[in-house]
Write a protein that binds this ligand. Structure first.
Ligand SMILES: Cc1cc2nc3c(=O)[nH]c(=O)nc-3n(C[C@H](O)[C@H](O)[C@H](O)COP(=O)(O)O)c2cc1C
Length: 167
């Protein structure tokens, strides 16, 4: 397979449109100021230690807060929470992102979204800067699960629900 740089970028973008991902909202707090961002570049890392990783663009308003090593929460959205994703991906800014949905605070003050499919509170263990993004590795210190399995999924540039099992 050979491609010019332009082909590569276009094909990579096009290819990644087929990578269906559950939508999460990453939250954090610093000096009493809450921050939230919709994301899909998130992965489980290991169970021992219990860990996740998130990839955050350096240009995102959440980034400088996470770069201080602040704890964060990864909230997996359910299908009824598309408006929360929209709010947290540019439609609203700052504290206004918390006007949709029911938000609570963990014992350490990190906001988490009630009614999300799951919320994982993480302590920041490591930060790896790579190109335009930073990878934040989080040690999961608390986990909440809610409702039936019904995650909001992002694929081909849009929000969908998961369909019927194929087998
Ligand atoms: C479905 C979806 C997934 C996204 N995934 C990521 C992601 O994984 N990492 C990231 O840095 N930005 C991601 N974004 C973009 C950010 O949500 C958006 O740029 C950010 O909220 C803008 O924040 P700011 O106004 O606080 O800077 C995603 C946006 C959408 C709609």
């Amino acid at each position: 397979m050979e491609a010019t740089d332009i082909d590569l970028a276009a094909n990579m973008r096009n290819g990644l449109r087929r990578l269906a991902k559950a939508v999460v909202v990453i939250t954090t707090v610093r000096d009493g100021q809450r921050h939230a961002m919709a994301a899909t570049a998130v992965s489980e890392l290991s169970m021992d230690p219990p860990s996740l990783l998130i990839c955050v663009n350096r240009s995102a308003s959440l980034h400088p807060v996470l770069a201080t090593g602040a704890s964060f929460c990864v909230n997996i959205l359910e299908t009824g929470q598309m408006d929360v994703s929209r709010a947290c991906s540019g439609a609203r800014k700052g504290e206004a992102r918390f006007e949709l949905g029911t938000w609570k605070n963990s014992a350490t003050g990190v906001p988490w979204l009630a009614g999300a499919q799951a919320s994982f509170e993480c302590e920041c263990e490591r930060i790896v800067d790579y190109g335009t993004h930073s990878i934040f590795i989080g040690l999961v210190v608390d986990a909440t699960v809610h409702g039936d399995v019904n995650p909001l999924v992002y694929v081909d540039g849009g929000y969908v629900t998961i369909g019927e099992p194929v087998a």
